[in-house]
Write a protein that binds this ligand. Structure first.
Ligand code: ZN
Length: 305
């Protein structure tokens, strides 16, 4: 599942390929994946052709001013003031192909399935064409993600207020991080790390990796963590997120960089998804348990409760 480093990777990729470019047209292939306005998106996500048409015509001829990231949201801002927000959820992909490469099948090299495919694939839900002939494909196998268009600054601010995102982990101070973990001292530290309103952008991978690095058990109540340990966790989070961004994120199931290649941080994972393997630090066997509905892998010997 794409987390902060993966969305940041996409943002940086798109900045290189698409900044200043103009959209010439949008083809929506799956109506339920596109939304307009700041309203709530229901779990059912019903779509309709009229909405897709409105979405497409509102985006046509828009020129890209900037790409930003907030938590796990990718935000494209246009010169008109409108914005396109993308949330990749479980399996969203944004693949950009310049005009000269469009006729060639692209090797979509995810660890689980390295497939040469000609885009659009059966999992492509929207195609953005650019005035220079390049195309951006939005793929999503599981279809939990979405694209959302907001008209202006005011609507964007309203949407962000509803999302109620906590501070960015790469911007928060050590003090601020300590305070964030004290918002609910009885809750498991991992639950707080995953709560987007406490701190934004962290998911299962980077929560498990940073807790392992800081030697803290994922289900330990946040209020019982000593300030020296919080400092270690804050530092580990900063280091791991920065390194993951440098390596283009973690490609485990579906995440890809915008050129279709895999991010390499998955090779650096110490604990995530490694239940039953041996801890490289102490040699004990990693265990896994469910914390707030998510599988957490940890070392029962050196991650203190
Ligand atoms: Zn260990």
């Amino acid at each position: 599942m794409p987390e902060l480093p993966e969305v940041e990777t996409i943002k940086r990729n798109l900045q290189k390929s698409l900044l200043g470019k103009t959209i010439s047209g949008i083809l929506v292939l799956t109506d339920k994946m596109v939304f307009i306005g700041a309203g709530k998106i229901s779990a059912l996500k019903k779509g309709n052709t009229a909405r897709s048409k409105k979405f497409s015509s509102a985006l046509a001829r828009q020129k890209i001013k900037s790409f930003d990231r907030r938590g796990k949201f990718l935000i494209t801002q246009f010169h008109s003031g409108s914005r396109l927000l993308v949330h990749l959820r479980m399996s969203g992909q944004l693949i950009f192909i310049p005009k000269k490469l469009l006729a060639r099948p692209l090797l979509l090299s995810v660890a689980k399935s390295a497939l040469s495919e000609l885009l659009p694939t059966k999992h492509t839900h929207a195609v953005f064409s650019f005035s220079d002939g390049g195309k951006l494909f939005y793929n999503d196998v599981r279809q939990f993600g979405h694209l959302r268009l907001v008209a202006d600054e005011k609507e964007f601010a309203k949407l962000m207020a509803v999302q109620n995102l906590g501070p960015e982990p790469l911007e928060i101070s050590e003090k601020g991080f300590f305070a964030a973990l004290q918002t609910n001292p009885k809750r498991a530290v991992k639950a707080l790390l995953l709560d987007q309103s406490v701190i934004a952008g962290i998911g299962n991978i980077y929560a498990d990796e940073s807790l392992f690095a800081a030697k803290i058990n994922p289900s330990r109540p946040a209020g019982k963590i000593k300030s020296a340990e919080v400092k270690n966790l804050w530092a580990a989070l900063q280091r791991i997120l920065k390194e993951a961004i440098k390596r283009g994120g973690s490609s485990l199931e579906y995440f890809l960089k915008t050129n279709g290649s895999a991010g390499s941080f998955s090779h650096e994972h110490q604990v995530y998804g490694k239940s039953g393997e041996l801890c490289p630090r102490c040699g004990a066997q990693f265990k896994s348990k469910t914390v707030v509905g998510r599988t957490s892998t940890y070392c029962p010997h050196c991650q203190k409760y």
